[in-house]
Design a protein. Structure first.
Length: 441
């Protein structure tokens, strides 16, 4: 779980901001809050970030994506670090971007932080917190791990690489849990990406549940299945590198999900490619709808609406989140894209209804949908707002900081009236028209 996440000098976030998942003393919906017994700490299962266009919501998502990529991917020799610092202040452009995570991993809290420029990791530290004690496992520069074997790896880490990443690449297991959290536990879903869980759900015990939910959510779909097709259905619109990667790296029994926007059918096709020995087998995702005579008609993916496609791709995420054994942290940017408010709300409520003190999964989301700004759905400390100031710098704050939050019966109205900040400052008062002078006819 994410306990807190801080950043500074990243994209539109010039100054330090902290996104905290720690629960306040608010009493509303307290039955769903995760309890970390030995730490006497309570952690929220969900957080929603609101804000106007270009206020910084997606930059928060991109910060998590950058951190995940830097940890998981090995930086090559002399390769630049793709950091994006605050560019509207000349003094900030050459300063490092800073990131800090407080994470619960296997019931142990770790504090992992680093600062990077385009050429080097200038600071990095990992701290293990056990009860009231803190143990610094290592700190760059100047404080290597205690084990001699780890010190060799520490001093051999390139300037443009995290020691955490290098230690795992050198088969050192000491810090593997933190690396694995970024690699396997943290899942990021952008507006135009697929979580990649469809094949797992459709080929597993949750297939029946998935089909039932699609009917309950009024998609018109009565069944969804994979139909075997020739491998040539992976169209030439896909990069050769992707096709080569599937051919080379797909392991026996594993399945790759391929979204082909320009297939031979003339639109989106979702394919599941599985290796059986030397052979690759492709299955095309199809839906079934009930005809007036009671029989079923098969639909291609491109025949479904954008909203239905979004539901199909997000349902496996919510099924995973709702699994009592799940510890995954999903971050969904623009969760409301192509979705009706009631549908989005039903997905969120379905997850939250199953949360308890033992829950270890989490959902972070960004949205423009103010109808989700509802005390019946979310606590004040689960609602956050990003806002951009006159200098172009983003700030981040929770509704729990709003002094009148408990007394405010309609927090959505207060937000739209600008009392909480985070709304766009629209200066357009006149009809849209060309600013240039048009020639007389």
């Amino acid at each position: 779980m994410i306990i807190s996440f801080s950043l500074e000098n990243w994209m539109s976030f010039r100054d330090p901001v902290t996104f905290s998942m720690l629960a306040t003393e608010e009493r509303r919906h307290r039955g769903r809050i995760a309890k970390l017994g030995k730490y006497q700490t309570k952690v929220l299962p969900i957080a929603a970030v609101y804000g106007g266009n270009a206020s910084g919501k997606s930059n928060l998502f991109k910060a998590l994506n950058f951190a995940k990529s830097l940890v998981v991917n090995i930086t090559q020799l002399d390769e630049a670090i793709p950091v994006q610092t605050f560019c509207l202040d000349a003094d900030r452009a050459d300063q490092p971007a800073r990131f800090a995570f407080e994470l619960l991993i296997d019931e142990v809290i770790y504090d992992f932080s680093f600062a990077v420029t385009g050429t080097a990791v200038v600071e990095e530290q990992l701290v293990k917190i056990t009860g009231e004690q803190e143990e610094v496992l290592y700190s760059r520069p100047g404080r290597p791990p205690e084990a001699p074997s780890l010190q060799v790896v520490f001093h051999g880490t390139r300037d443009n690489q995290l020691f955490l990443t290098n230690s795992v690449s050198q088969k050192v297991s000491a810090f593997r849990p933190v690396y694995d959290w970024f690699k396997d536990t943290l899942k990021l879903v952008s507006p135009d990406s697929s979580p990649g869980l469809l094949s797992t759900v459709l080929n597993g015990p949750l297939s029946h549940t998935m089909n039932e939910l699609l009917q309950q959510l009024d998609t018109g779909i009565v069944d969804m299945s994979g139909e075997e097709v020739p491998l040539e259905h992976i169209s030439f619109s896909l990069p050769d590198t992707l096709k080569h990667e599937i051919q080379k790296n797909l392991k026996e029994g594993a399945t790759a999900t391929v979204r082909d926007p320009l297939s031979q059918t003339g639109g989106l096709t979702i394919l599941f490619v599985t290796r059986k020995g030397e052979k690759l087998i492709a299955k095309k995702l199809m839906t079934s709808h009930r005809k007036t005579d009671g029989t079923e008609a098969k639909f291609e993916m491109h025949q479904e609406s954008d909203g239905t496609l979004r539901v199909i791709e997000l349902l496996p995420v919510f099924l995973d989140l709702s699994d009592n054994t799940s510890n995954r942290v999903y971050v969904i940017d623009e969760i409301d894209r192509s979705l009706h408010t009631l549908l989005t709300r039903r997905l969120l409520q379905g997850y939250l209804d199953g949360c308890s003190a033992k829950t270890r999964s989490q959902l972070l989301l960004t949205t423009h949908d103010v109808l989700l700004m509802d005390k019946e759905l979310l606590r004040h400390d689960e609602m956050w707002v990003t806002e951009r100031d006159a200098a172009g710098a983003s700030t981040l704050f929770s509704f729990s900081e709003y002094k009148e939050a408990d007394k405010d019966k309609d927090i959505r109205k207060s937000y739209l009236q600008g009392r909480l900040g985070g709304i766009p400052h629209i200066l357009l008062h006149s009809p849209l028209q060309h600013s240039g002078t048009e020639e007389a006819e």
